[in-house]
Design a protein around this ligand. Structure first.
Ligand code: ATP
Ligand code: MG
Length: 356
């Protein structure tokens, strides 16, 4: 029997509640399916680790993850620790260390969810956003000088390499090609940013020539926000830079009904290293420890994890269980206007998987 080695990193806040819930779903799946099993290893990295050891994760942390088939991550964020430490000290260290250059965010309105777009049908919104995840506006290049003086200045350099842009666009075209509509929208801001974004546009046209069966168009990021709200059905696969897609995918999650539902994969498409799957929400300290977190974003991340492992049938089984759960208002958590607990939603999802 095949064994998949899965690292779990709950991290901070409600990550400590939703990651064990995701593990429960994987265990229910393995029990119901005799083709594979999971071997879990848990890593207690994050804010508490920082308070004990002065670092979010140990220096040799990546080595401990390297032999895993995938990583299930919760969140990194702590009210007492600056964001640049929680983010760069854990999540980004893994994304960059394992060259997970494609951040993939599917969005659709699940059954039973009351989404804010009243003028469109739920089926009009079925997107997957591809975010460049290794460079761009979040390259970390820059500096700050003359602090406290009138001539104080700071820069954050947008670093775009031809290799980086080519590989994310090729990934996005390939993904678009694999979806029924074979349609890709390339988002830039090349009217105002005259160097890197113009190169991005040019490379998009070059890569498009490799995918003659994919219909593609370009959109400026400002116009894109309006199009997502007004004409959702005109979009399918979307690719954008690190910053632009970060913003667009939060908008997408809100349009689909809740931040608590949306999943992400940080993917190394070449399978050289483990890829990492996580809900898009953060640590949500306001509800932590109360058993109120919506675990659906983590369950959907589990679906992406299974797809990445090539277990498509199992992925479909979990997705069906998620849809059964969201369709039932009695299983809605607070973010969806309901009263259900993390434990109730998790139990219902596991039952649906067992019965399927
Ligand atoms: P971070 O700083 O780590 O990003 P945050 O405190 O900004 O965390 P988010 O997780 O980004 O919080 O979400 C914002 C708010 O949305 C939370 O404060 C919480 O009330 C709500 N929320 C987010 N995720 C969930 C969830 N899974 N279930 C229920 N409510 C959620
Ligand atoms: Mg946040």
């Amino acid at each position: 029997m095949k064994t998949y080695r899965i690292a779990t990193i709950p991290g901070d806040g409600i990550g400590k509640e939703v990651v064990p819930a995701g593990q429960q779903v994987l265990e229910a799946l393995a029990a119901a399916n005799c083709n594979f099993r999971f071997e879990f290893q848990n890593f207690d990295w994050g804010g508490d680790h920082y308070r004990r050891h002065g670092v979010m994760m140990p220096a040799d942390g990546l080595d401990a993850l390297r032999d895993k088939d995938a990583i299930l991550f919760g969140s990194a964020g702590d009210p007492d620790i600056p964001d640049h430490i929680t983010l760069w000290g854990l999540r980004l260290k893994i994304c960059q260390g394992f060259d997970q250059y494609a951040n993939v965010r599917p969005t659709r309105i699940l059954p039973g969810i009351d989404a804010p777009l009243k003028r469109c049908k739920p089926e009009d919104l079925n997107w997957v956003i591809v975010r460049e995840n290794s460079e761009g506006e979040y390259s970390g290049v820059g500096g700050r000088v003359h602090q406290g003086h009138p001539i104080e200045a700071a820069t954050d350099v947008t670093l775009m390499t031809r290799v980086g842009v080519e590989r994310i666009l090729r990934f996005a075209f390939r993904l678009a090609q694999s979806r029924p509509r074979k349609q890709l929208t390339v988002v830039t801001k090349s009217n105002a940013q005259r160097h890197a974004m113009v190169m991005w546009d040019q490379i998009a046209a070059e890569i498009a020539a490799e995918f003659p069966d994919v219909k593609w168009d370009k959109e400026l990021v400002d116009a894109m926000t309006a199009r997502m709200v007004n004409k959702p059905a005109t979009l399918d696969t979307i690719v954008a830079t690190n910053l632009h897609a970060d913003i667009l995918s939060d908008l997408a999650a809100a349009l689909a009904g809740s931040l608590g539902i949306a999943p992400t994969g940080n993917i190394d498409p070449e399978h050289r290293y483990p890829s990492m799957f996580e809900p898009i929400h953060g640590s949500a300290f306001d509800i932590m420890g109360k058993g109120l977190a919506n675990p659906v974003g983590t369950f959907w991340s589990v679906v992406m994890l299974l797809e990445h492992l090539g277990e498509h049938e199992a992925a479909a089984r979990v997705m069906k269980a998620i849809e059964q759960v969201t369709a039932n208002p009695a299983l809605h958590t607070g973010d969806l206007g309901g009263k259900a607990t993390t434990a109730q939603v998790t139990q219902a999802a596991c039952d649906a998987i067992t019965k399927a």
